[in-house]
Design a protein. Structure first.
Length: 456
């Protein structure tokens, strides 16, 4: 069954309307490209806030802006084939409202409401479904992009496969992602949560591996509150519940220490971390009940927190150096070594931990770098708000350790990779090949220029 409905934020539209919008964007790119001066770059003007870590000196603030704010619509939901086609600028919070009405959700829904589906593909999308389904991009079947020359390209694993495989992980440097076709999975109205606390990381990992092999949960992630309080968060879809909680004024991550069981509406479960942006609010006094009651609607929620960080970037550098906000993916075979190092160097909690199923080593990763790594299970460790101290650059130390363990640090944050090290783990030959096809004048910057400018 195909559906065509109208909503406040977006519309389910006919394909011709989308085609008209994309042609306008392509014409803008072509016109700007023809008149671009040397050293001028393009970036995007979107309806949602950027989910890269705010930086005061981000050179993209001076870029020529390509307006893609219109790309927020759904083209089709096919419940029989379990497929959705939507424009790249629609946030997951709006997409999920519609798909849930039909009993479905995308295979992986990132945890922050205003992450767009295009952003999830271009960057890094994880969540508690990732132990089964990997990232959102792993469920994608086809992309449409506007290149740096204004060409409109459709790509899939069968058509233009090199472009299709490199769009994920390129952070928008290969072109403008405008449309995505992706799979849906069945969902139910509620999620039953069980919180199992382990006294050691080893015991915790044993439980993770057990559930990973059994695939017996709908959701699995963890909050490590301390080395002796490793909480595995296990979720299962249910039709009916005896009660439910919604975590807006209440703080979700703290509840995982206080409860053994909980029930959440599926929509609110998917975005349970959004109010606090995990636990970044505690760095700015926003866990205070009085402040939350008086100004919560203006200050709470990932979009508000990110906008505040963009407007007042000094708040993210109260120690004189940027707070550490970073995700690192470590092969399961090396995660114990990482944990031991993390305790010695950071010893910072809570730590968000997400088991991540990788179907194959992604083509944007240099295959030589991953030689000898046969893991299909990676562990994502997400650090939110560690305040740096002393002379050590904790970001650089994190990059070095993850590199040593053949893992990957995502690029949505501050990056300090020397260029030779960066191209050791990132697949330069394939990237350059696709870049020459989609952005020969480098109008969107190459990925090292865009994401690693802090080293200069």
């Amino acid at each position: 069954m195909k559906t065509f409905l109208t909503k406040k934020f977006y519309t389910v539209i006919i394909p011709e309307v989308h085609e008209h919008k994309v042609k306008q964007i392509a014409e803008s790119v072509k016109r700007y490209a023809e008149n671009a001066s040397p050293g001028q770059y393009f970036s995007l003007k979107k309806i949602s806030v950027s989910h890269t870590v705010p930086k005061a000196d981000d050179p993209r603030k001076k870029d020529k802006k390509i307006d893609i704010k219109s790309l927020t619509d759904i083209i089709e939901i096919d419940t029989e084939k379990r497929i959705c086609i939507a424009e790249a600028g629609i946030p997951f919070s709006e997409l999920v409202k519609e798909t849930l009405d039909h009993g479905f959700i995308p295979g992986t829904v990132p945890e922050l409401k205003t992450i767009t589906i295009g952003g999830a593909v271009s960057g890094c999308s994880i969540e508690s479904m990732s132990y089964k389904y990997g990232g959102f991009h792993d469920s994608c079947l086809e992309y449409e992009i506007v290149t740096g020359t204004g060409e409109i390209i459709r790509c899939s694993r069968q058509t233009e496969p090199e472009i299709f495989e490199m769009v994920h992980g390129a952070f928008g440097t290969l072109g403008i992602l405008t449309l995505i076709k992706f799979k849906l999975i069945p969902a139910k109205p509620y999620v039953r949560m069980e919180y199992e606390t382990f006294p050691s990381f080893d015991r915790f990992l044993e439980a993770v591996e057990k559930h990973y092999l059994r695939r017996d949960l709908d959701f699995m992630d963890a909050i490590i509150h301390s080395p002796e309080k490793c909480v595995l968060c296990k979720g299962t879809f249910v039709e009916k519940v005896p009660y439910f909680n919604i975590y807006t004024r209440k703080i979700f991550y703290k509840s995982t220490l206080e409860r053994d069981e909980d029930y959440l509406p599926t929509y609110h479960y998917l975005f349970r971390y959004d109010t606090e942006c995990h636990w970044l609010t505690r760095n700015y006094g926003l866990e205070n009940p009085l402040l939350r009651g008086l100004a919560g609607s203006f200050l709470l929620g990932s979009s508000n927190i990110l906008r505040i960080g963009e407007k007042f970037p000094f708040l993210t550098k109260l120690s004189g150096k940027p707070d550490v906000v970073a995700d690192v993916f470590v092969p399961y075979s090396n995660i114990r070594a990482f944990w031991k190092w993390y305790i010695e160097f950071f010893n910072y909690f809570p730590l968000w931990v997400v088991p991540y199923h990788i179907y194959k080593i992604y083509p944007w990763i240099n295959p030589e770098f991953m030689e000898g790594i046969e893991d299909n299970l990676f562990i994502d460790c997400a650090i939110y708000g560690f305040r740096q101290k002393g002379e050590l650059n904790y970001y650089r130390a994190l990059e070095d350790k993850v590199f040593e363990l053949r893992g990957v640090k995502t690029l949505i944050t501050y990056n300090y990779y020397p260029e030779d090290i960066f191209w050791t783990w990132y697949n330069r030959s394939l990237y350059d090949e696709v870049k020459a096809r989609t952005d020969p004048r480098n109008l969107f910057r190459n990925i090292y220029q865009k994401m690693n400018y802090t080293v200069r």
